[in-house]
Structures are given as structure tokens and as C-alpha cells.
Design a protein around this ligand. Structure first.
Ligand code: COA
Length: 654
């Protein structure tokens, strides 16, 4: 079966995962039956879908007619045979109990057409075992969404022991059609990717560290959140997901449980849902101070996460890129765990792990072979030139926070700010990589115009990565501003293609470009004031020069976002385009610019920018000198000859 052949999807379960998955399938245009054990339960799921679709439409995240159609596409059903009898794909999202899943899959096998693919949204159970209760194990597959499915971008597509390639591909393609980013997990291993890296090493190791008295709950949480950039500390996260959930999964896997976690579960203090967990939610909640984490060393947590990730590579479960993508999208890691390992140094992490292994004589701390081999071979990370990634001459291949594409036919280079999971917030990698890319592009004669755009569908960039603010030093922030001069200093013209949020440092980066093209749905703003800051990358200066001091002060002091219409009206944006035409219009603008006489374009940029800083007489002199100089170029000859012979000029940039 091909993706085009999929018409009807059945979702088993209407809880938080089930109804979210049904909603996504309805939004993707499929007819959907959503099944649960009683009318009351399934109708509640359906009400949740209606509410969520309404919110998506209200926030303009989905067109109103699409949301209305999605609602009509979904039918709540109680009878399982009725729900699945016409299904091309079934996605099961029932509770995580193997016996129950097996019963359901037996029924699915019996009631669905022979061609139907049977997917399970399990986060922890064996796809192989589930598949074996059916007569079609090759068509049984894992399709693991993250909670809440409508918001979280990741889907792990898991190959059971018997799953065939065609089934894997279909579910991968279907995940994309449902607006998600799939990663392939080609072996049916415990925890797949995200939970394997997250649960034991992050959540549970934090429990062990506190149980052994090596650090307090607040010290660990503060370190990981404020200094390491994780969305929340491991204890706060367990309170949110429910301490009992990880506890039962770990118990089922036959693994030991830290005493602190055991005590919490026994006392019924399982997190937010019970009012108390590691923190007391009737009394302030997870309000740990930033200073608490200052001296806690997170190496052990990192070394365990890296060990699990290396184990996945050693066992050919997936690739380094997919592991990093999965932990970013599925667990909100600030960057890929393997990328971070390369920065921290594999040798240091291995030393930490081996020391703990020796100290406790516990095999949970035993490094896997690949981890040891890499260190023995000197592949210790970025400083050594090679780790999980290569950091050699071909730097473009090892960009992590940006993507660079050069179209040699049109002479346009496209730089994509590539952290869509953080709204393309500017982090350390981006600050290193963007100037590097510009240095390459300045030298590359094939490139005549450069476009900066944001990845994903929400933002150009939401500014500096705020999660890096606690760990940085004041002088580093003072120097940070240099990054924002990069487009302005480039001799070639640079276009900011703004589609979505363009805030703080993102806006300042765009102000450093020569042109700002904006889509109607976009919003711009300098919200730093809400953080007790001022713009640090030219926001007070370039903005004032562009739109006048008074309006610039208003934007910087009030911190409000302005619409694309207003940005255009103020002269902040050169062109305002309809949302659905945006990409095509940007391309046209960039290609037209790249087709103009390259030397004259570069001279224009320099004369306008430098002239604006100089007295008028000096500026006019600059202009005259440049004008005269251009008479020595092949481009001028080509332009004049083309005019006289009524042909199109062919500029060579010489
Ligand atoms: N730094 C780091 N992370 C950022 C970020 C930033 N500047 N801006 C957004 N993100 C992250 C969010 O924390 C969130 O991560 P999560 O999914 O792990 O929670 C993710 O990007 C998506 O953003 P979210 O806030 O859920 O989207 P939204 O549509 O509700 O709101 C914004 C969008 C832009 C209004 C909001 O993210 C925001 O106010 N960001 C900060 C903007 C800012 O102050 N910039 C200036 C920095 S100096």
C-alpha cells in the first residue's frame, strides 16, 4: 500500500494521546474513527478535539475551514469492529499494558482488511511481541507520538522484529503527512530513542544522585535548567509526568529504583497530579533558585545519556543525526546530546563514567564498547576534530544550528537558521556558524546574493536563546553583539526573509541585513525590556536610524510586538507579501538581485552604508569615486553593450 492509498484511519483510545492523534489525522484530511470503551469516554475525547481545533483556528495556526473540516472528518465510535472495519491504518493508543494491547491487536487483526497497517503508539512495549499475536506481524509497527501530539513535532517509527520495509516507509510518510518529523528506529529496543536517553540517565540518575546524598533535588534541577539549558530539571519533569509512571516502567523492566523515588511513590506523592511530588504544589511548586545549581557537576548525567546514545549507534538502531533530532524534538533538549558530548569532550565524560563504575561496582555505569573505542581512537569531540560528528575542513557539512545551500545557477545562497524547535533562537552554535558561513560566501564568486530565513513554520528567529543567559559571563554578552554585524559587513547584499516571529536578536539580525521581506502573518518586536534588558545587537541603533529615534524608543521600551503591516508602514520591511506567496516572492526578489551587475551592487551597498556615516561632501565623494571606478569593469561594458544592442546583459562580476 502507498501513502496515496490511505483514506481511512482508525485510532484506538481517546485519551490525551488518542484524541490528539485522531485530531492530527483529521487535520491531514483523512476520515477518522476514534474508538474507546464507552460513549462517555469517547465523547469526552471528541469534545477535547473540538476545543483544540477551535484554539488552533483562533490562534491562526490552522485556517478556519481546515479546522471545521477536520472536526467533520472524525467520528467517535464505541464498537471496535465498527471502528476498524474500513481502516487502511489503525493507530492504537490504549494504556501501556501488554495484555490489553495484545487483546486489542488480536481484534484488529480479525476485523481490519488484510492490507491494513496496525501501528502502536506505545512508548515502552515491544512491537515484536505485539505483532506476534497477529497473522500479519510484518504490517505491525511502532508509531510513537509525544504528548501532546498536536504540539510535539516528533514521531519515532519503530521496526519490530518482523516489520517489513514497506510498512516502515508508509508510517514514516504518514507521519510527515500528519505534519510531524519522523525518525527511524530500526530495532525494537527498550525505550526506543528518547525514553532510552531521558528516563534512566536524566530522570532516574538524578534520583540516584539525590538518594546517595551527592546533591539536593534543587541543586540538580537548577543546574540542568539554568546552566545547561534543559526546559526543566529532572525532578520537576518527573513531577509533571508523574513519578509513578517512570517508577512502574522501570520496575517492569526489572531495573533497580532509587530510594528517593521509591519513597515518593509509597507516600503517594507522585507529582503535580497529587499536589505533591519532589516539590509541594500547594506551596509554591517547583520554584528552585538559580544559585542552587552553580556548583553541581552534571558530567555523570551527561556521561550516562551519551552512553545510551552510543549504545544505540553501536547496535545500529539509528543514526547520530536522528538521535540528536529526536532528543531535541521529543524531549526539548537545547541541542543534540551527541553534539553536546562533542563539545564537552568524550574523554572527560568517559573518565567520569568509569570512575563511577569503579566506585559503585554497578554495571549501570559500565561504558559501552563504542564509547570506549572512540576515546581510544582519539575521537573525543570538536576539539579533536572528530567525535560523533566530523569537524574538519568541510565545515558546512558540520553546521548544527544553520543550514547553507548554494544555488550556483541563480547565484543565490540560502542560509537557514535551523533550530525550529526553539523558534530558531540564536545559540552559541549559531553565533559561531553564521559568521563562518558568511566568510565562505564572501569569497565564493558563485554567490551574488544571500538570503537568511528561518526553519519550520513559526519563526524567522525568536531572538537570543534565553536558556543560555544564566550560564554566560557579562563580557561574553558584551561581545555577543559582534555576531549581529555579520550581514552588514558582508560585501554582498543580504536579504532577511521574515515569515513568522522576528523578535529580539532575530529582529536585530534582520536589521543588519540590506533588505527585509516580510509575510503578512509575521510579527516583529524588541521584547528584551521584559527580561530587564535592552537590545544588544544593534536594536537601539540600527532601528533608530531606520524608523527614527522616537518610534525606536517606543518599540524598545514598550517591548510590544508589531504586525507585518505596521513594520511595512514604518519602513522596517521593504516588501510585504501574502503568506501563501511568500516563498515564491522571496525567491524572485533574490534571483533578480543576483542577476544585477554584481560589482555595482556591492559598491552600492558600501557607498550607501559608509556614506550614511559620513558628512555629505565626503559621502558624495565616495559615490563619485565608486562611479568612476565602475567604468573599469567588464560588467559596465556588458551593461552598456547590451543596452545599445537591445539584448539582455550577461554580467560576470568582473
Ligand atoms: N530562547 C530560547 N527558547 C525559546 C525562545 C528564545 N528566545 N523563544 C522561544 N523559545 C522556545 C520556547 O521556550 C518553546 O520551547 P518548549 O517547546 O521547549 O517549551 C519553543 O521555543 C516554542 O515557543 P513557544 O513559546 O511555545 O511558542 P509560542 O507560539 O507560544 O510563543 C513567542 C512564541 C515568540 C511569543 C515566545 O516563544 C516568546 O516570547 N519567546 C521569547 C522571545 C524573546 O523574548 N526574545 C528576546 C530574547 S533576548
Amino acid at each position: 500500500m502507498k501513502l496515496e492509498d490511505v483514506k481511512h484511519i482508525a485510532v484506538i483510545g481517546s485519551g490525551s494521546m488518542g484524541h490528539g492523534i485522531a485530531e492530527l489525522a483529521g487535520l491531514a484530511g483523512y476520515t477518522v474513527t476514534m474508538q474507546d470503551i464507552s460513549e462517555e469516554v469517547v465523547n469526552k475525547g471528541y469534545e477535547n478535539i473540538k476545543w483544540s481545533l477551535q484554539k488552533l483556528a483562533e490562534k491562526n495556526l490552522v485556517p478556519k475551514d481546515v479546522a471545521e473540516q477536520a472536526e467533520k472528518n472524525i467520528t467517535p465510535v464505541v464498537d471496535i469492529e465498527e471502528a476498524v472495519k474500513n481502516a487502511d491504518v489503525v493507530i492504537e493508543a490504549a494504556p501501556e499494558i501488554m495484555k490489553l494491547k495484545k487483546e486489542i491487536f488480536e481484534k484488529l487483526d480479525q476485523f481490519t482488511p488484510d492490507h491494513a497497517i496496525l501501528a502502536s503508539n506505545t512508548s515502552s512495549l515491544s512491537i515484536t511481541d505485539i505483532g506476534q499475536v497477529t497473522k500479519r506481524p510484518s504490517q505491525v509497527v511502532g508509531m510513537h507520538f509525544f504528548n501532546p501530539p498536536v504540539k510535539m513535532a516528533l514521531v519515532e517509527v519503530i521496526k519490530g522484529g518482523d516489520t517489513d520495509e514497506a510498512t516502515m516507509k508508509l508510517i514514516y510518510d504518514l507521519s510527515e503527512k500528519m505534519g510531524k518529523t519522523p525518525v527511524n528506529v530500526v530495532k525494537d529496543v527498550r525505550g526506543f530513542i528518547v525514553n532510552r536517553v531521558l528516563v534512566g540517565p536524566y530522570l532516574f540518575e538524578a534520583g540516584w544522585i539525590a538518594s546517595r546524598g551527592e546533591a539536593t533535588v534543587e541543586e540538580v534541577d537548577s543546574r540542568m535548567k539554568f546552566y545547561e539549558g534543559f526546559p526543566m530539571g529532572p525532578f520537576e519533569l518527573q513531577d509533571l509526568t508523574g513519578i509513578d509512571i517512570g517508577y512502574h516502567l522501570t520496575q517492569e523492566a526489572g531495573l533497580p529504583i532509587p530510594s528517593l523515588i521509591e519513597e515518593k511513590v509509597k507516600a503517594g506523592e507522585v507529582g503535580r497530579k497529587s499536589g505533591k511530588g519532589f516539590y509541594d504544589y500547594n506551596n509554591g511548586g517547583a520554584d528552585y533558585p538559580q544559585e542552587a545549581g552553580k556548583n553541581f557537576d552534571p558530567s555523570l548525567i551527561y556521561s550516562l545519556m551519551v552512553n545510551e546514545a552510543a549504545w544505540l549507534l553501536e547496535n545500529e538502531v539509528t543514526t547520530a543525526e536522528e538521535i540528536d533530532l529526536a532528543v531535541r524534538l521529543g524531549a526539548g533538549f537545547p541541542e543534540g546530546i551527541l553534539r553536546r558530548a562533542d563539545k564537552l569532550g568524550l574523554d572527560k565524560l568517559l573518565t567520569t563514567l568509569e570512575a563511577k563504575h569503579k566506585e559503585l561496582n554497578d554495571d549501570r555505569y559500565k561504558p559501552c564498547q563504542m564509547f570506549k573505542d572512540m576515546v581510544a581512537q582519539g575521537k573525543t569531540g570538536e576539539a579533536a576534530g572528530e567525535g560523533f560528528y566530523s569537524y574538519g575542513q568541510t565545515a558546512a557539512a558540520s553546521y548544527h544550528a544553520i543550514q547553507l545551500d548554494i544555488d550556483t545557477d541563480t547565484h543565490v545562497a540560502w542560509i537557514t537558521l535551523n533550530r525550529p524547535d526553539r523558534l530558531n533562537a540564536i545559540n552559541e552554535d549559531m553565533r559561531n556558524e553564521l559568521p563562518h558561513a558568511f566568510a565562505q560566501l564572501a569569497k565564493n564568486d558563485d554567490v551574488r546574493a544571500i538570503v537568511i530565513q528561518g526553519a519550520g513554520d513559526k519563526a524567522f528567529s525568536a531572538g537570543a536563546d534565553i536558556t543560555e543567559f544564566s550560564a554566560g559571563k557579562p563580557y561574553e554578552f558584551a561581545e555577543l553583539g559582534e555576531f549581529f554585524t555579520t550581514p552588514a559587513e558582508c560585501p554582498k547584499p543580504v536579504i532577511a526573509a521574515i515569515d513568522g516571529y522576528c523578535l529580539g536578536g532575530g529582529m536585530e539580525l534582520s536589521l543588519s541585513c540590506d533588505f527585509r521581506l516580510i509575510s503578512k502573518r509575521s510579527e516583529m518586536g524588541q521584547p528584551e525590556i521584559h527580561l530587564g534588558l535592552i537590545p544588544g545587537g544593534g536594536g537601539t541603533q540600527r532601528l533608530a536610524r531606520l524608523i527614527g529615534t522616537s518610534k525606536a524608543k517606543e518599540l524598545c521600551m514598550m517591548g510590544d510586538r508589531i504586525s507585518a503591516d505596521e513594520a511595512h508602514r514604518l519602513g522596517l520591511a521593504n516588501q510585504l507579501y501574502e503568506d501563501n506567496e511568500f516563498s515564491a516572492k522571496v525567491k524572485e526578489f533574490a534571483e533578480t538581485l543576483a542577476a544585477r551587475a554584481p560589482v555595482a551592487v556591492r559598491m552600492t551597498k558600501r557607498v550607501v552604508d559608509e556614506g550614511a556615516q559620513a558628512p555629505t561632501s565626503t559621502a558624495l565623494l565616495l559615490e563619485r569615486e565608486a562611479f568612476g571606478l565602475l567604468f573599469t569593469t567588464d560588467d559596465m561594458n556588458a551593461g552598456v553593450t547590451a543596452f545599445l544592442t537591445k539584448q539582455k546583459p550577461n554580467f560576470t562580476g568582473k
